[in-house]
Every structure is written in C-alpha cells, then in structure tokens.
Design a protein around this ligand. Structure first.
Ligand code: SAM
Length: 284
C-alpha cells in the first residue's frame, strides 16, 4: 500500500462487482448496494457505459472471480450461522457491502470490518457521500496486517474470542507476505470449533503454464503500478496440508473447475472464472 493512500485495488474490485450487477444475467452475486458504494461519479459513469472499466480481455474473468468469491463467502457464512456463528470478520474489507445489506435478524450477527486505516477512512467518507447509514451491528477495526496482529486489532474492537466466528479474506492474501498470511490463518485456526474462513489466493507462478504466466505477469504489473505489488502465492497442495497442520478440521480447495461448476453452469453468455486463483474454505 502506498503511504497513507486508500487501496486503489479495493476501488477496482468494487467497480467490477458493480459492473457485474449491470452486465451479467443471471447474476452470480446479487448486491443491491454495489453501485452506490463506488460513489456517485463512478456509479453514473458505469451506468452510462457498463463496459467503461472493462478495458482488457481478462476483464470478464476478473469480474466473474470477484463475484464468485463474494458469493462463496456469503454462502459459507449462511452455513456457518446454522452452526452457531455469531461474529463475521471481513478481513481487508475494502468496499465490501455485506454490513449495509445484512439479511440476518438485528442482533444475531456482529460484523467487524478489518482494513488498512486509510482504506477505512476513505470508505467511511464514501458511505457518508452516498447516504448509507452505519448499522449498529458493525464495528470498524483499523489494522495493518504487516505491522499489527489481527488478534490485537480485533480485541481492541470488542471481538469476543469465545464466540464462533466466520472470517472472509477476499482479494487480500496476494498483497501480504507469506509470513503474515500464515500468522493470520494460525489465529483463525485458534478460534472456537464451528468457526471458519473463506479466502482466495494466487497460484505460485512456477506452477502456471506459459499462457497463464503471461496473464499473471500482466496483472501483476498493473497492481504494482498502483502501488500494491503482489507478494504471496501458493502451491494448492502444500497450502491445504499447512492448513490441516494448523488445526483446521476441514479444508476445501476450489479451483476454476469447481467454481465454474458451482456458479457458472449452463450460462448463455459464457461467463466463467480463469485459472490464476483458487478459493479456500477451511473450518475449525
Ligand atoms: C483488492 S482489495 C479487496 C477488498 C475487498 N476484500 C473486496 O473483495 O472487495 C485489497 C484490500 O486489502 C487491504 N489491505 C492490503 N494490505 C493490507 C494491510 N497490510 N493491512 C490491512 N489491509 C490491507 C486493502 O486496504 C484493501 O481493502
């Protein structure tokens, strides 16, 4: 992240989620707040030309992945709530809108948005600009994963370590070091039984085909020039083994086949995810 700037990639992925609402039918992730959260100016520009931000051939794959990972996380949250989850921690929340359209009865689910302090300040200004009120069940926990532990950040925000908790961590692990990702996952693994996490990660470039590698390099260059270079990437088999070693009782790794079969089957528009990232679902 660049100094005290809000995350540029948080804005880009939020615009992709908003574009998904306008471009794709059926929607994989239905988010009635997605257009408002990107701010009045971006929302009007997108409504006038929904393809405006879809400049490259990789754009539909990225839009599909951004939609699918949010849908996956919220589908898992639903299952977690049946198991007794009563706290939802959104790690590196960016412009995630769950808290502002929370479908569960008031008081059932406490929501924590954890993010880089400058991204949170920017988000709060956007919420005010578009008139989205802050829900009573939501707490902002400003945390820089690289300099603070998640445990410290959550404790000072009033997180209850005895409660079953669901974590989502979408589009964030690639911006952190492997050590920080591992330490954060170890903390999640130490939460009460029934807790869980959904996160996505980049596949190690050494495991990619030359075609995949050129897409990886193009995207990597783009985020680096926005001041948010990719750092961590993983080998799926080793990551699953490490997660089991940390104490997760269930680890499901979802590659493009699983994700496309689950959310993009029988579409007429051919929308589907690409093969650079996977989504992990791990339960404590
Ligand atoms: C690509 S955005 C994803 C945002 C959101 N999860 C989504 O899917 O829309 C990456 C997010 O990670 C956050 N982030 C990156 N590095 C961080 C750090 N060291 N500490 C806390 N948050 C960080 C950024 O502020 C940003 O919100």
């Amino acid at each position: 992240m660049k100094g005290n700037q809000p995350s540029a990639t948080a804005q880009r992925v939020a615009i992709r989620r908003a574009a998904h609402q306008l471009l794709d039918d059926p929607k994989v992730f239905d988010d009635p707040v997605a257009l408002r959260i990107i701010g009045k100016e971006n929302a009007s520009a997108l409504k006038a030309d929904p393809h405006r931000f879809e400049a490259t051939p990789l754009a539909p794959y990225l839009r599909a992945f951004v939609a699918a990972r949010s849908r996956y996380a919220e589908d898992e949250l639903f299952l977690g709530i049946q198991r007794g989850v009563r706290q939802y921690v959104i790690l590196g929340a960016g412009l995630d809108t769950f808290a502002y359209r929370n479908p569960y009865p008031e008081g059932l689910l406490r929501v924590f948005e954890v993010d880089y302090p400058s991204t949170q300040t920017w988000k709060r200004a956007l919420l005010e600009e578009v008139g989205i009120p802050l829900p009573g069940d939501l707490t902002f926990a400003p945390v820089d994963f690289e300099t603070q532990t998640l445990e410290e950040g959550l404790r000072s925000a009033g997180y209850d370590s005895d409660k079953c908790t669901f974590f989502s961590w979408l589009g964030v692990t690639e911006y952190l070091t492997t050590e920080v990702v591992t330490a954060t996952l170890r903390f999640v693994a130490s939460t009460p039984a029934g807790s869980g996490v959904v996160f996505d990660y980049m596949i190690s470039p050494s495991l990619l085909t030359p075609t995949q590698r050129s897409s990886f390099d193009a995207l990597s260059k783009r985020v680096a020039s926005a001041g948010e270079p990719w750092k961590a990437s993983f080998d799926p088999e080793l990551l699953a083994k490490d997660l089991r070693g940390m104490g997760f009782r269930y680890v499901g790794d979802n590659g493009p086949e699983e994700i496309n079969a689950r959310y993009f089957k029988n579409r007429r528009d051919g929308l589907r995810v690409g093969s650079l990232s996977h989504i992990i679902n791990a339960r404590v």
